[in-house]
Design a protein. Sequence first.
Length: 319
Amino acid sequence: MKGAGRRRVVLHIGPPKTGSTHLQDLLWFNQDRLHTDGVFVAGSGQRDHFNIGRDIRGEPQIPNHPGGTWTGTFDAALRDFEASGCHTAVITDERLAKTGPARVDRTLSRLDGFDVVIVYCMREFSGLLTSQWQERIKNGVDLEFERWIEAVRKERRHDTFWRFHDVPAVLERWSADWDHRVEVITLPSSSSDDQLWNRFATVVGWSISTDTDVERANESMGLVEADLLRRIQHELRDVPPNPRRTMILKQIIGQEILARRGRSVPILIPEHHREWVETTNEVRIDFLRRAPLRVTGTLSDLETSDHRFGTSRAVGHEA
């Protein structure tokens, strides 16, 4: 039974490409203000919560990793929360959505004695596909867009995409047979960052005014920019991946240079994938209607967008 007045731990589990980075930037930007209202945000930045996420997922520690040490960071964050005097803690890492069943069970067992709230953000499926392809390109995938969609359609059970975005599987796993409160936040169909932040505030439950004047990070690329980065990744396909290479390609070339050029050519989903996209999107929405969870936002935010379909090609020869 959930006890009245018990401390709460809000686990924002992502997934990627649903506004997580912006929410995280705002959380740390407002960290001191939130603390005065009883909301504890551990650490001092995104890296700290990424390390907590690595610890929760049981990733082996890598010696001399540029991200630092993560073993034991989850327990340390909970100890800091208990010492803070706050009533609510927020832990956020968009990669938590893919955590396997054994590690989820272990995490929830560690949180016995707290009221646990699982927060999962959702966006319309066609927009998710275009954004997630860009993210995979930044992280080393060198498939052109249509080939990547075909791979996602074929690899339903094992592809990384579905480990994050198979909504029923992710939420049933994290809810522990719906013993824990699950909150789904829909991304506004408009581009209002404040609206998403306000929805997140409603779920977490703070009452103070916060500052949202933060530069938007993790902007999207257009097809030309994404395809250029894909070609670079293709040329480096025989070079073993390492954290420094990822940082240079993802943060400097992808984010600092290419994304800031704007979207020269929109990334469009070929029309022959429309039926699959619309059907998959409706299955996701129908699950939200049936499952014992609460939606903050509106299901109309998740309706398929016609402007996501069409034909667009980058200039040049395909690798």
